[in-house]
Design a protein around this ligand. Structure first.
Ligand SMILES: Cc1cc2nc3c(=O)[nH]c(=O)nc-3n(C[C@H](O)[C@H](O)[C@H](O)COP(=O)(O)OP(=O)(O)OC[C@H]3O[C@@H](n4cnc5c(N)ncnc54)[C@H](O)[C@@H]3O)c2cc1C
Length: 338
């Protein structure tokens, strides 16, 4: 290996690097700001035979314990706008990108306002909110293969985007570091008002013909009201995906539980709110140690202060068992478990 310029922290606490605030340790931790840094990191990991975990803002991860490898924080900066396209460094804060785009009157990200985390993580679960998903504006990304160091370009179709899903949760899970993403925004604004909650908020503000900024402001207000703020109380946002049921499964469920809410997807499945199932299963306010099912929103597990990994996982197991036995529905965790 050549000269090492990077700082590799040993036995590093990740407490401030995951929004759940789990106080676990990484054997090594470092940040990479550019491709040169990244190649040093890969050489260091190769020499030490270390497993690499790529981390962004830590807002969608749950740890089951200490990480006996190298945690790599991606810190690539920069936003380059070219007409209606933008190339964004993976380390750019997502909401800052949304705000910059709005300032330039480029649209397509407004419903995704205030989602925590970094731009490079957005493709991992194809972030979505209030009727908009990343894949609607996504063009391509650049990534580095963690074992070979090869630089790759993946287009939209390569990424196999789905509901809170992509190739990076399957075949390419933990195998690449995304370094930049390219999005196609639009100077024509088409409001997406599929969510009643958003429509209600705009009505409350007496806005009939919303601008993109109005939508962004309304989304920010709803989110601030609805979700616990991770900078105040540790959490990883929605802990479960909303289950998508076949018509037959929904019909069976409606036999015993006629008032189950559901929303038909483009694929003809029926999305049932996981929060509703958890609440009906009597789990809102349930806790294990300092891990608590938020009383504000049943889909969120919060850390009351000193929750340990196994408190969070034991609480999750309880929720899953209860929902399964009451409704016969299997919940799938949304954050990535390490
Ligand atoms: C309060 C709250 C609200 C949320 N609301 C939403 C929402 O409305 N919609 C939604 O979709 N999500 C939501 N989330 C989840 C989360 O914000 C997103 O998934 C976000 O994209 C995660 O970004 P991050 O940088 O924090 O990723 P991290 O948590 O750091 O990482 C998540 C996963 O991505 C991988 N990863 C991260 N960066 C890279 C990279 N550069 N290259 C390769 N792999 C990488 C990690 O290895 C890990 O597997 C919410 C979370 C919180 C705490």
């Amino acid at each position: 290996m050549g000269i090492i310029n990077l700082l590799f922290h040993e036995n590093f606490s990740l407490a401030t690097h995951n929004t759940l605030g789990l106080d676990i340790r990484a054997r090594y931790f470092c940040s990479a700001e550019n491709l040169q840094d990244l190649s040093e990191v890969l050489a260091f990991a190769r020499d030490g035979k270390l497993e690499i975990l790529v981390l962004g803002g830590g807002s969608n991860v749950v740890f089951s314990g200490d990480f006996d490898g190298l945690v790599l924080r991606i810190d690539f900066q920069g936003m380059e706008f070219d007409d209606q396209k933008v190339v964004v460094g993976a380390g750019v804060n997502w909401h800052r990108l949304v705000q910059h785009s709005l300032e330039r009157e480029l649209f397509g990200l407004e419903n995704l306002s205030l989602i925590p985390g970094l731009a490079g993580a957005a493709p991992i679960q194809n972030i979505g909110a209030y009727g908009q998903e990343l894949d609607g504006v996504f063009v391509a990304l650049a990534a580095t293969d963690l074992s070979t160091g090869e630089e790759l370009v993946l287009t939209r179709s390569d990424c196999h985007f789905g509901y809170r899903n992509s190739i990076f949760k399957g075949e390419l899970k933990d195998r690449v570091a995304i370094t930049q993403i390219t999005l196609q925004l639009s100077s024509d604004f088409l409001p997406i008002l599929e969510y009643q909650e958003l429509v209600n908020e705009l009505e409350r503000r007496k806005i009939d013909l919303p601008t993109a900024l109005d939508i962004s402001d309304a989304v920010v207000a709803i989110r601030k009201h609805k979700l616990p703020d991770p900078s105040v109380v540790g959490n990883a946002g929605s802990f479960y995906k909303n289950p998508e049921l076949s018509s037959q499964t929904l019909a069976n469920l409606r036999h015993s539980c006629p008032n189950v809410p559901s929303h038909k997807t483009e694929q003809g499945l029926h999305k049932v709110p996981a929060a509703w199932l958890i609440e009906q299963a009597g789990m809102k306010g349930e806790s294990v140690g300092d891990a608590l099912v938020s009383t504000q929103h049943a889909l969120v597990i919060v850390n009351k202060g000193n929750a340990r990994c196994h408190d969070v996982l034991a609480l999750a197991a309880k929720i899953e068992q209860q929902v399964q036995s009451q409704f016969g529905v299997l919940l799938e965790m949304e954050p990535v478990l390490y």
